[in-house]
Write a protein that binds this ligand. Structure first.
Ligand code: NAD
Length: 264
């Protein structure tokens, strides 16, 4: 299926690895010019090179990089000094640490809210009115299954991302919907990325179980009996960014191999 995205410009954050990388790759494969942001220049360059290598010879998509911390004002200013008129913005940054809320202080909460709620809102604020004026825009926030099915040890994530989810629900139903701009959240379940293996490593340190045993146990609880891939995640992102998904807005799309046990 041709998604009709050739020549559009996308900002993809947290894009050197994992789910952000999957989104950047899927968009570039649809002919979207992509500006990839992550903190470490070397990892980002390697991620961009992998994407360029995956593009067909007839694909003219530009794959650019900007090594910045997207959660800082300076980082965002550096990104927007390159361009601001993005048609697509994928907000994403690393997830907050797991732990016990009794051990977290105000600074821990502020860091989580900053990265997983206020940064996406700042990115949206900087781009959404331009999208609306041009008559097309797609905002995708990578959030978490923890918004729908809270995970006790991920209290920082449950809290901060729920704040973003509430904000997006209102924004999506504002005037921008009639101006061709959609805003949706994709909620990953368990995906095979560094984030997931990092969480297993922390749990292994606490429980004495091996990372492999913890991963196997987690897989067993997923009807698909496996973890998702960044490519699968990116495919949904690219579809939601396309003109074909113009009637989908304000939604929270859970992608978890069937792990959530509710009816809807
Ligand atoms: P990851 O750790 O594999 O990759 C995160 C990416 O974001 C990397 O490219 C990293 O360099 C970049 N990044 C981190 N902090 C940044 C910052 N401040 N500025 C710019 N770039 C930054 O993580 P992932 O698995 O791809 O997860 C993406 C998001 O989805 C995270 O917020 C994570 O908590 C959430 N999530 C992931 C899973 C999963 O199973 N992988 C499940 C639920 C939620």
């Amino acid at each position: 299926m041709d998604l009709g995205l050739q020549g559009k410009w996308a900002l993809v954050c947290g894009a050197s690895r994992g789910l952000g990388w999957g989104c950047a790759q899927a968009l570039a494969q649809e002919g979207v010019n992509v500006l990839m942001v992550a903190r470490r220049a070397d990892v980002l360059d390697a991620g961009a090179a992998d994407i360029r290598a995956s593009l067909g010879a007839d694909n003219a998509a530009q794959v650019q990089v900007c090594a910045q911390d997207i959660t800082t004002e300076a980082g965002r200013a550096a990104v927007f000094s390159l361009r601001r008129d993005f048609d697509i913005v994928v907000t994403n940054a690393g997830g907050p640490p797991s732990g016990n809320f009794r051990d977290w202080d105000r600074a821990d909460w502020i860091r989580a809210v900053d990265a997983n709620m206020l940064t996406p809102i700042e990115l949206i604020k900087a781009t959404v009115d331009g999208m609306a004026a041009r008559g097309f825009g797609r905002i995708i926030n990578i959030t978490s299954n923890s918004v729908k099915a809270p995970i006790d040890a991920l209290g920082l994530s449950n809290g901060a991302r729920s704040g973003l989810t509430g904000f997006v629900a209102g924004l999506a139903r504002s005037g921008i919907a009639a101006q061709g701009v959609t805003v949706n959240n994709i909620l990953p379940g368990a995906f095979d990325t560094d984030r997931l293996s990092g969480l297993f490593a922390v749990a292994a340190g606490k429980t004495g179980q091996t990372v492999d045993a913890l991963a196997a146990q987690r897989r067993k609880g997923i009807p698909a009996q496996r973890f998702g891939t960044p490519e699968e995640f990116g495919a949904l992102c690219a579809f939601l960014c396309s003109p074909k998904a113009g009637y989908i807005t304000g939604q929270n799309l859970l992608v978890d191999g069937g792990a959530f046990t509710g009816t809807f």
